[in-house]
Design a protein around this ligand. Sequence first.
Ligand SMILES: Nc1ncnc2c1ncn2[C@@H]1O[C@H](COP(=O)(O)OP(=O)(O)O)[C@@H](O)[C@H]1O
Ligand SMILES: [Mg+2]
Length: 313
Amino acid sequence: MNDFLWVEKYRPTIVEDCILPQSIKDVFQGFVDQKELPNLLLSGTAGVGKTTIAKALCDEIGASYIMINGSDEGRFLDTVRNRIRTFASTVSLTSGASHKVVIIDEADNTTNDVQLSLRSAVEEFHSNCRFIFTCNFINKIIEPLHSRCTVVDFRVKNGQSIELQKQFFDRLRWILKTEGINHEDKVVAKLIRRYYPDWRRLINECQRYSASGSIDSAILVDVADVNLDTLLSSLKKKEFTNVKNWVVQHLDNDPSMVMRKVYDSLYGVLKPTSIPEAVLIIAKYMKDITIVPDQEINMLACLTEIMMSCEFK
Ligand SMILES: Nc1ncnc2c1ncn2[C@@H]1O[C@H](COP(=O)(O)OP(=O)(O)O)[C@@H](O)[C@H]1O
Ligand SMILES: [Mg+2]
């Protein structure tokens, strides 16, 4: 285990320690309590805990497991089947569970052929193996796999985010305390709002900032400084490429914060008759921030629509 990286050192090892909406946690806790897993398909954006949950479930149930990464082995159709066959057919001496588990991590990075072969594997090894698939994009998983799995969607509903951020605030403060890193609470809170719901990214950034000794307001300049002047002038001149470049350069920032800033500054640069239209556009794309798979495209679409539909002073 790599103890240098905080993300690994502080990876929860039991379901109870994972920070997830209560309804989702209850589902997993139910499996642990019954010591029984169905085939699972876990979907959600990066860094929300899919791989962590897959491992924690196996550990808690006492099932021996292998983990195969879809990104690494997608090309080796036969290897995957063979590895599973060998694993499934050996008797496990240590396992307390009634079945073994094959975790196919990042299953959406495999081709349709591999997925079809995995579907057959799910059936062939049904008597002693369960499968847990994780993916970022569920629509890249073929239907026959969906239908053989219980699908758990890690997406957080809007009403739940405050509670989750609160829990992560406590966890992060505990991590920083354990590591002996001084920090200002308000800066920690800001980092959480910025990277939520990508916990991996959040912890990685904290470790990076901590290298300088503490997490304090000195890093805030880095975090929230978005200068809109060049963007506004590119929008006005309808310079699409410059707008796109600006979006790419500012991808590190929290998209809702950026849209809010754009909203605030539009009053100064748009003709008053165009402002209602701009408000509707921003509201529409802001609503999508929590569900789009790609923030760059959403942000660029928002700005493009403003550029095309609104009149500048
Ligand atoms: N729900 C969570 N609760 C606590 N820590 C989490 C959670 N999700 C992610 N993390 C942290 O982020 C790291 C990466 O999570 P991981 O499960 O690999 O994400 P992914 O959803 O991309 O598979 C974990 O090692 C852990 O430190
Ligand atoms: Mg993962």
